[in-house]
Design a binder for this molecule. Structure first.
Ligand code: HEM
Length: 459
């Protein structure tokens, strides 16, 4: 594997060890490929923001990526700009307000599902609730379909969306050690990501599109379709518009990009709150004051909740789902005296940056007040990157926050999270994929009326 994982087989924990040994910039090899890790905030600013368009517009070129080459995440250069220009308005404030009531419908369903589990005194495996909830919310906003995976976890859309970006280790290793075999793999139709899942989801998106024929809708799919109807000349001038293949690709991407990340964010939030009951009580107080008598959650009020924002930020600091960002240098460039040659892969070790003790005092502690109005001016904006940064940051950030906030408020209005015998402390992290635990996180939910004593007992 090269030198990646030399101190810890979990790549982002390895970054923490490297930062301790080498400081904020170091080199490593992924197989035979040299990579530069940068967690110096000034350099991060240059790479992600100042020189994004000129030198660092692309992520790595994945080998054998199959049909997903034209998703926003993997597209490159001018294609990326055009796709991003087309998709950005999808997440404007006006659109998000429209999506809010759809997501709220799903957060209600999730709360109903949880009630059944609590009534049966079940230990909750968080992923089994948060992953289907996230998928249902995204699928409804993107395609106006109710997958209802919260009640039907074996739904093929849910299964395939969860599996889509599971790397084929065989193809990955082959690319690392035997790059000359890559064309052969492609000839046999082998792809680095799950081909069966991507084919299933593409067919599903195309079917939804075909069935809609002529019906008016305000979902994300419709906005992408509408981008096709502007004339060719206007399309070029505005650098907007998607072709049929690109439309299906973005549909597939949203399902997976949103599901894995939102599930991870929610699971770690619940875990952190269960382990920090004082912060949870503070948050419940804010929730009760904002929506008295367990009242219906409203968009404007939700968005203005200050402590909720602090709690989410602090949890994303400790457990950022995208634990590493990547950019590839388009040309050779010198930054802070360091020459980064053309083609060099630069990684920003977000997990390690978020736990740098000089930037974050007591970095391992869960302290939402770091992000309070009074304290947040002490935070270096280039040291907090849960959604990435600059023109290529997470396009779904504000949408994701709605999904996360609604779920959290809906649950904490009625329950408290509580650790139990089955809760693993500390968590062992999974060496594969996005940041996540090796074993599923398990907690109990305690009804609010008798929550206080129980929570104190368990912690
Ligand atoms: C808590 C949830 C989420 C987190 C923490 C998260 C985080 C991230 C991060 C770290 C990146 C890479 C940014 C960079 O390289 O600078 C990213 C990119 C992206 N995210 Fe998210 N994300 C979340 C939810 C979502 C959702 C709900 C969607 C869409 C429905 C979405 C769609 C995307 C897309 C399309 C990109 C690629 C953007 C581009 O290359 O232009 N994400 N996300």
């Amino acid at each position: 594997m090269g030198t990646v994982g030399r101190y810890n087989k979990v790549p982002y924990l390895d970054d923490v060890e490297c930062a301790k040994k080498y400081g904020r910039v170091w080199g490593m090899y992924e197989f035979k490929r040299p990579m530069l890790a940068v967690m110096d905030p000034d350099m991060v600013k240059t790479i992600l923001v100042k020189e994004c368009f000129t030198y660092f517009i692309n992520r790595r070129i994945f080998p054998s990526i199959g049909e997903l080459y034209d998703t926003l995440f993997f597209s490159m250069g001018d294609d990326w700009r055009r796709i991003r220009n087309t998709l950005s308005p999808t997440f404007s404030s006006g659109r998000l307000k429209e999506m809010f009531s759809i997501v709220r419908h799903h957060s209600r369903k999730m709360a109903d599902r949880l009630r059944l589990k609590v009534d049966n005194d079940e230990v909750i495996e968080l992923k089994s609730v948060f992953a289907p909830y996230s998928l249902d919310a995204i699928a409804s906003c993107a395609f106006s379909v109710d997958v209802d995976s919260i009640n039907n976890p074996s739904s093929p859309i849910f299964i395939h969306s969860s599996k889509l970006f599971r790397l084929s280790i065989l193809v990955f290793i082959c690319h690392g050690f035997f790059p000359f075999l890559v064309p052969l793999l492609e000839l046999f139709g082998l792809s680095i990501f799950n081909k069966t899942s991507s084919s299933y989801l593409r067919a599903a998106v195309e079917k939804i599109r075909a069935e809609r024929d002529g019906q008016d809708s305000r979902d994300i799919l419709q906005q992408m379709i509408d981008s096709q109807t502007v004339s060719e000349s206007r399309r070029e001038k505005q650098n907007k518009g998607l072709n049929d293949h690109e439309i299906s690709s973005q549909g597939i991407l949203f399902l997976n990009a949103g599901l894995e990340t939102s599930n991870s964010a929610l699971s770690f939030l619940a875990y952190n709150l269960a382990r920090n009951p004082e912060a949870m009580k503070h948050l419940q107080k804010e929730i009760d004051e904002t929506f008295p008598n367990k009242g219906q959650v409203q968009y404007e009020a939700l968005m203005q909740m200050e402590y909720l924002e602090c709690v989410i930020n602090e949890s994303l600091r400790l457990y950022p789902p995208g634990a590493r960002l990547e950019r590839e240098a388009k040309e050779t460039i010198k930054i802070n005296g360091i020459i980064i040659p053309k083609g060099m892969l630069v990684t920003i070790p977000v997990y390690a940056l978020h736990r740098d003790p000089e930037l974050w005092p007591e970095p391992e502690e869960f302290k939402p007040d770091r992000f309070s109005k009074e304290n947040k001016q002490n935070i270096n904006p280039y040291a907090f990157l849960p959604f990435g940064l600059g023109p290529r940051n997470c396009v779904g950030m504000r949408f994701a926050k709605i999904i996360v906030k609604l779920a959290l408020v809906e649950i904490l209005q009625n329950y408290s999270f509580s650790v139990c015998e089955e809760t693993e402390i500390p968590l062992q992290m999974d060496p594969q994929g996005l940041l996540g635990p090796l074993k599923p996180i398990k907690l109990k939910l305690v009804p609010r009326s008798d929550a206080s004593e129980h929570v104190d007992m368990c912690n």
